[in-house]
Write a protein that binds this ligand. Structure first.
Ligand SMILES: [Zn+2]
Length: 197
C-alpha cells in the first residue's frame, strides 16, 4: 500500500552506486526517502523531479518501522525553482533559510507555507541577493516573535532622519539618538520593503 506526501526537497545524498536519499520538508517536519531504481542515472525518469528545492508530491511505500526508510514509488513536480539552482548566491541564501526554517518547531503548517513563499521570492526576485537576504532574515525574525520597530525611532519615536537600526533598542534609531559607537546597518537594504518586515 502506498501513501502520498507533498514536500520540498531540502537535501539530496548519493546512496549506493546510482540511488539517492532525499530529505523533504513537509508540514509534519523533515522526512527521509530512499529513492531506488538508479535515480542518478541520466536515463532515469525520476531524475528530473529529484532536484534540490523542488516542491513535489511523492508516492511512497511508507515505512511504519523507525528502522526503515520510506521508499519512493513515483512522484510529480508541483513547483520548481530553477533560478535558485542556477545561481550560487541564491543557492547559499536558500540553504541558509531552509536550515533556519527547519529548526522552527512552531505551527509547521504556517512555517511550511511561509517557506514556499520565500522560495518563490528568491526564485523570482530581480533584486540583489544581499537585499533579498536581509529582507528574508527580517521576516524570519518576525516569525520568531522578534519583530523590530521599523515605523519610527525606537528611542524618541520620531519619524524623521532615521539613520540606522539599533539592535538593543529593537528597531530604527534617528540621527539625534544615534551614538557614534554603534554599528551602522545600511537601511537602504530594506528600501521599499520595510512595511513587509
Ligand atoms: Zn530618536
Amino acid at each position: 500500500m502506498t501513501t502520498k506526501i507533498s514536500g520540498i526537497i531540502v537535501n539530496k545524498q548519493d546512496y549506493q552506486l546510482v540511488d539517492a536519499v532525499v530529505n523533504i520538508y513537509t508540514i509534519n517536519g523533515i522526512i527521509a526517502i530512499y529513492c531506488p531504481g538508479g535515480v542518478r542515472k541520466i536515463t532515469s525518469k525520476n531524475q528530473a523531479f529529484l532536484q534540490l528545492f523542488n516542491y513535489c508530491e511523492f508516492e511512497l511505500f511508507f515505512a511504519y518501522s523507525k528502522n526503515k526508510m520510506h521508499r519512493l514509488k513515483t512522484g510529480v513536480i508541483l513547483e520548481t525553482f530553477s533560478n535558485i539552482n542556477s545561481n550560487y548566491e541564491r543557492l547559499m541564501v536558500t540553504n541558509y533559510l531552509v536550515k533556519l526554517y527547519s529548526e522552527l518547531s512552531e505551527d509547521t503548517n504556517i512555517i511550511f507555507n511561509e517557506l514556499l513563499v520565500i522560495l518563490q521570492n528568491i526564485n523570482n526576485d530581480k533584486n540583489e541577493v544581499k537585499k533579498l537576504f536581509c529582507f528574508l532574515t527580517f521576516k524570519v525574525l518576525k516569525l520568531l516573535g522578534l519583530q523590530l520597530r521599523l515605523n519610527h525611532c525606537s528611542i524618541c519615536k520620531s519619524n524623521n532622519n532615521i539613520k540606522t537600526i539599533n539592535w538593543s533598542a529593537g528597531g530604527f534609531v534617528c540621527r539625534g539618538c544615534f551614538k557614534n559607537e554603534q554599528q551602522i546597518f545600511p537601511i537602504s537594504l530594506l528600501q521599499g520593503r520595510i512595511k513587509f518586515c
